[in-house]
Ligand binder design. Structure first.
Ligand code: HEC
Ligand code: HEC
Length: 457
């Protein structure tokens, strides 16, 4: 058989494979009939809220004092060069922590490149910004203060001024007890991140339904949920109780004509195939957050549904998670929108209490015996197993038995590895010689995490 014939055959086999598994993706509720008690049970399990935010990073445990300081900083206009702009200018609590503008407007009065995203439920987000260029909330927080177009304030100058102020010194000292010089840029960023971690979107009627109150949703809203989770395919990406998988997709929004179009995740990963991909936003509190999308291009939810139904720009590398040829009649559109509204708290609802995340506690896990070759699956966007231990020079073999492309990376100071795009059917094999403990993740679906330990020779 020629190479080309073999390739064609393989491609055919892959296509079959993806068609079969995509069926499962598009209808995750399985065979349960829409509206049936069996479907209720599937949905209630899929959307149950966690008890609270996940544990914090070990080097920045949340305390009430630190979160309070972060809250104060967040609302304080003295953080900006002009003295008129706080974080809350662009992230207004009453607007779901956005600003109601198509594009955010910076300290110098000019439009920024992107819309202000919501800050709800970021404690779970592995990467921040629409393009995921910051890892963790601490890394993110420095950016807007210093960014010339945003708040335009050199952090060192800001910290210098605060350090000279007895009031700020006392507040920082309460938040960071035992430190001789608590007013530092690191602590300022830690406090902001701590407050942001407590922002867990409020409970709504939908949560009451999930917890068993069948009368909490109307029949129309309940049908909207079936559509959202089933045939409309929204839950392929807006997954779980926060309605996001924190992953990056090109959903086919038309690129704005520009000399330097916003390519999103692609340039961050150095992968053309991830061009036009942006982070899936949480849909909690979405009714307060119009206009929508990273570029604010869609004014309301009707326009969002128009986009998913017939506005998708047919770029060649749209992800398999994105349903094509979605048809929704007028009744179904109304059902979907009615359902989405149940994820938003009433207009006059107060902000929920800060949700305090637990400190990271090292969990004792039994060490794995190192092996010469470990094989890892990625089905359903999950590594399995979640840990691999290799002997020195052992081979880590990561198989893409999923129906979507991945990009496996290790990004630690001692070891940087990058698979590039790994299409379904492809296997990445890495010979691991550097001893240590590493985390492999997918650049496109970064909640996928694999712990890899490599033994010393
Ligand atoms: C001038 C408006 C503006 C101000 C002021 C501002 N932001 Fe933002 N913020 C934005 C925009 C726009 C983005 C998206 C930028 C991007 O994705 O490239 C963003 C993104 C973020 C994100 C990432 C959210 C996500 O979903 O990944 C966080 C967190 C955040 N801002 C927190 C803050 C904090 C804390 C402050 C104050 C120190 C602040 N912002 C000040 C406009 C602003
Ligand atoms: C392939 C993954 C995927 C699917 C499927 C999907 N979305 Fe999205 N959704 C996204 C991403 C990514 C964005 C942000 C895109 C951007 O700004 O470029 C988004 C944005 C949105 C927004 C705007 C939120 C905001 O804060 O701007 C809404 C509302 C929304 N989607 C609803 C839906 C509905 C309803 C469906 C089903 C009809 C759906 N989505 C299907 C990935 C998806």
């Amino acid at each position: 058989m020629t190479r080309r014939a073999l390739d064609a055959l393989l491609a055919g086999a892959l296509l079959l494979l993806s068609a079969a598994s995509l069926g499962a993706l598009v209808s995750p509720a399985g065979s349960a009939d829409p509206g049936s008690a069996a479907e209720d049970a599937v949905l209630r399990a899929a959307y149950r809220r966690p008890a609270g935010p996940p544990p914090t990073p070990a080097d920045n445990p949340t305390t009430a004092e630190k979160a309070q300081l972060g809250r104060r900083l967040f609302f304080d206009p003295s953080l900006s060069a002009s003295g008129t702009m706080s974080c809350a200018t662009c992230h207004e609590p009453a607007r779901g922590f956005t600003d109601g503008r198509k594009l955010a407007r910076g300290n110098d009065g000019r439009d920024l490149r992107r819309r202000a995203p919501t800050l709800w439920n970021l404690a779970w987000a592995p990467f921040l910004f629409w393009d995921g260029r910051a890892e963790g909330l601490e890394a993110q927080a420095e950016a807007p203060i210093e960014a010339h177009e945003e708040m335009g304030q050199p952090l060192d100058a800001l910290v210098g001024r605060m350090g000279a102020d007895a009031g700020w010194r006392a507040t920082f000292a309460t938040a960071f007890p035992g430190e001789a010089q608590p007013v530092t840029r690191e602590n300022l960023v830690r406090a902001l991140a701590s407050w942001e971690r407590t922002l867990v979107s409020p409970r709504t009627r939908f949560d009451a339904w999930v917890e068993g109150d069948g009368s909490a949703l109307t029949a129309q809203e309940r049908r909207g949920l079936s559509l959202f989770h089933g045939t409309a395919g929204c839950a392929n990406c807006h997954e779980g109780w926060a309605f996001t998988d924190y992953a990056f997709y090109d959903i086919g929004l038309p690129a704005r004509p520009s000399a330097s179009p916003d390519l999103g995740r692609g340039p961050v990963l150095g992968l053309e195939r991830a061009d036009h991909a942006f982070k899936t936003p949480s849909l909690r509190e979405a009714m307060r957050r119009a206009p929508y999308m990273h570029d604010g291009s869609l004014p309301d939810l009707d326009a969002v549904l128009d986009h998913y139904a017939h506005g998708i720009e047919p770029r060649p590398d749209l992800p398999p998670e994105l349903p094509r040829k979605l048809t929704l009649d007028a009744a179904q559109r109304a059902e979907l929108i009615a359902f989405l509204a149940t994820l938003t708290s009433p207009p006059d609802a107060p902000l929920p209490e800060m949700a305090m995340p637990p400190a990271a506690t090292p969990v004792a896990v039994a060490a794995l015996a190192p092996v010469a070759r470990a094989r890892v699956s990625q089905r359903n966007r999950q590594f399995a197993p979640l840990r691999a231990a290799l002997s020195s020079g052992g081979v880590l073999e990561i198989v893409n038995d999923d129906n979507t492309a991945h990009n496996i990376r290790i990004d630690s100071p001692e070891l940087r590895l990058n698979s590039g795009i790994q299409d379904p059917g492809q296997t990445v094999s890495w010979r691991m010689t550097k001893p240590g403990r590493f985390v492999a993740f997918c650049g496109i679906h970064p909640r996928m995490r694999l712990e890899v330990t490599v033994a010393a020779p």
